[in-house]
Design a binder for this molecule. Structure first.
Ligand code: FE2
Length: 376
């Protein structure tokens, strides 16, 4: 842990040129949005919120918007092979295209970031319907991923103009997922600091945690990671890059199968991880598991925790402590056949770190999966 440097988060950064309110939505480009929506509803307890497609006058795509508490997922599929969305899926498989951020002024967010060097993805525009107006703009991120800035203070509709409310008779119960805690990106060799600088220079983010390749290594493989946070800490984007090891790291496997840089995982917060993970497992969600020996000396490593050990052990939930408290976390297996995007389920009890004490056990679990795939 000596290689871990944590910096105290300052309350609110004075003169924050890019004030952010949180994650607005995460959009996946997928091969079959209708089926993906069914999966995320059934397996993870998301609720139907909105829809856009041919029935609403959109000719080239269909998008299903799902929500659970503050989390909004958009699942978009192309309707023709000549769509850029189809190109994205052909190259990357199902994956995250848009990390949308909720702002008070999308036009200003575009000006502030592009004048500091961010590359434009979408010029500022105002969308209107009978519910009011939404202003959006966008900048390019690593790989084919983008950030959209969404300003919705003058809007009362279900999602965005162009979407209609999606009513469904099929509404599996929510699983207790509350908000996006952080979104992690995988970038190529020696690219981590480039993207750290991108977030610092164009968006005013700060590097709040650094993990070097000695912190994050197993017998076989290694990676490096830096966590970037905006001024108020509402938006956090860790960036991973591969590091040299005896065998292929999980980041290299991702880069090979995603065919480029992209979002590795979304961490979704719950306030009762035992309940949430019990629900998810009963609905068929598959998680990475660590050997049960992980729990033998758990209390010695992390000290007293409020939870009973048995359910944690039964479900495979990991625990880590930092100087401010502890956290409980577990990671799903990839959400698609390519070994790319996955979810983390996290419950924070004071800790603001990311589970560095679990990295070794976790990465060994990932390597066992890589080995089964023939990719180690
Ligand atoms: Fe994470």
């Amino acid at each position: 842990m000596e290689t871990l440097t944590i910096e105290k988060q300052q309350a609110a950064t004075v003169n924050d040129f890019l004030p952010l309110n949180g994650t607005d939505y995460v959009e996946f480009y997928v091969g079959n949005a209708k089926q993906a929506a069914h999966f995320y509803k059934t397996a993870f307890g998301f609720q139907s919120l909105a829809y856009a497609g041919p029935e609403t006058g959109v000719r080239d795509r269909a998008s299903y918007v799902l929500m659970q508490d503050k989390i909004r997922l958009v699942l978009t599929t192309p309707l023709h092979s000549d769509s850029p969305i189809a190109e994205h899926i052909k190259k990357h498989g199902d994956g995250v295209k848009v990390l949308a951020i909720w702002v008070d002024d999308a036009y200003d967010a575009f000006t502030q970031t592009t004048q500091r060097g961010a590359e434009a993805y979408q010029q500022p525009q105002t969308l209107t319907d009978e519910h009011g107006e939404v202003r959006t703009s966008g900048i390019k991120l690593y790989g084919d991923t983008v950030h959209l800035f969404v300003e919705r203070k003058n809007y009362s509709g279900p999602f965005l103009p162009g979407y209609k409310k999606l009513e469904s008779t099929y509404n599996p119960a929510p699983a207790g997922l509350l908000y996006v805690d952080h979104c992690v990106g995988n970038v190529g060799w020696n690219q981590m600091n480039h993207w750290v600088d991108f977030y610092a220079d164009t968006m005013g983010f700060r590097n709040i945690l650094t993990f070097d390749d000695k912190t994050i290594s197993t017998e076989y493989s290694a990676l490096m990671s830096k966590v970037m946070s905006n001024g108020n800490g509402y938006v956090k984007f860790p960036i991973n890059e591969p590091a040299e090891g005896k065998k292929k790291s999980q980041i290299e496997e991702y880069l090979e199968f995603y065919e480029g840089e992209g979002v590795q995982h979304l961490a979704l917060a719950t306030k009762d991880i035992v309940h949430t993970v019990t629900e998810l497992q009963s609905r068929g969600v598959e998680f990475l598991t660590v050997p049960t020996t992980y729990y033998d000396d758990l209390v010695d490593r992390v000290g007293h925790i409020d939870e009973d050990l048995e359910p944690l052990k039964k479900l495979g939930i990991l625990v880590d402590r930092d100087e401010e408290g502890y956290l409980l976390q577990i990671f799903t297996k990839p959400l698609e056949d390519r070994p790319t995007v996955f979810f983390e389920i996290i419950q924070r009890k004071g800790a603001r770190s990311f589970g560095a004490g679990n990295f070794k056990a976790l990465f060994e679990a990932i390597e066992r999966e890589q080995e089964l795939r023939g990719n180690l």
